[in-house]
Write a protein that binds this ligand. Sequence first.
Ligand SMILES: [Zn+2]
Length: 301
Amino acid sequence: MKAIGIDIGGTTIKGAIVDEKRKIHHQITTPTNISEGRNGILASLTATIDQLLEKETDIAGIGIGTAGRVNVDSGEVIYSTANLPGWQSINLSEFITNTYALPAIIDNDANAALAGEWWNIDEAYESVTFLTLGTGVGGANMIHRKIFRGNHWNGGEWGHVILFPEGRTCNCGKRGCIEQYLAGAALVKIANEQSGRTYKNGAELFDDFQKGDREIIPIVERYLDDLVLVVYNLSVSIDPEAVIIGGGVIESKDQWWDVFGQKLAERGVHLNVLPATLGNKAGMIGAVKLLFDAMSKGGEV
Ligand SMILES: [Zn+2]
């Protein structure tokens, strides 16, 4: 069995054909085309799906993870930011089913990424919390093998849990959100402010950390202390078997993961903390996993 998995972000739409052994057969990346609003995004989405459908005839359905908040029951994007203009209130499930006459499932992109990462560790745990540290901070929760989406489809928004009540202003309108400290982009911003340097990405910064740069060490140590605090808070709130950490920051994990592990031990955090393994393919693969799971339950997809 094969299906199409799609990951819709503010910059690109990624699509792939994925089989039931989670192997990717074809993959396409298309610019999201947000300058034309909803119609532009839909044009990019259908171009991606059309190209994939040309590669294979036997497609069981389409799974989509999208940025924004998604009512998984109705297939509607109930909230989206300016990153996807015009996206809010679209019923993507109806659009896909009407356009392609294929079963479709739509979910938030972090939920889809968690499903993908969980699939990729052979569903090793019953309860998993997922954190992505990238341009922003996303997250998702799985409890008893089911994604826990919350009463307003907003569960797992760890990026907007408040870490410092009087802290940095967040684009959500609050202050001191985790995203303003633990996003890879936030770390680079803070490091540039404090060091007067002009790092362009976290990879450069973590390189200097590993080289023992005295000005950078306290900045990254502080970052890792904050990350440990977040994982500690997850351990006493959700108490999952495992926390998976993904996002761009994990690409530099060789430079910081050992120090992070020591800090977790010092704080007495006893749960499995794992680096994500699928990189930016997690959302596409996970969207297919969600589709297959829904289909195997025999429920309406
Ligand atoms: Zn916020």
